[in-house]
Design a protein around this ligand. Structure first.
Ligand SMILES: [Zn+2]
Length: 78
C-alpha cells in the first residue's frame, strides 16, 4: 500500500487520538489507525469508521462517561 497523498511507502499502524466533536467540546478517542510516516495522512478502514460512528452515537446518548482532560480555548475577541 502506498500513500495516495505523497506516494510514500511507509504506512504503519499507530495509536492516535481521534477528535470527535460534541457540541463545543472535543472528545479524544484513542484508536489504532494506519498513518503515513512521511506526511502524516491517516487511513481509516471501514471497521474503524464504523467504530468511531458507534462511539459518536454513544457519546450523544450519554452511554459513555467522559472525563475532562483539558480545555479547548479560543482567543477572546474584545
Ligand atoms: Zn503520505
Amino acid at each position: 500500500m502506498r500513500c495516495v497523498i505523497c506516494n510514500g511507502s511507509t504506512i504503519k499502524k499507530r495509536q492516535v487520538d481521534e477528535e470527535l466533536k460534541d457540541g463545543d467540546n472535543v472528545v479524544l478517542i484513542p484508536i489504532e489507525v494506519l498513518v503515513c510516516e512521511q506526511c502524516g495522512e491517516r487511513y481509516y478502514t471501514r471497521q474503524i469508521m464504523k467504530t468511531l460512528e458507534e462511539i459518536e452515537e454513544d457519546i450523544k446518548e450519554k452511554k459513555i462517561s467522559l472525563k475532562e482532560v483539558g480545555r479547548v480555548l479560543k482567543p477572546s475577541i474584545t
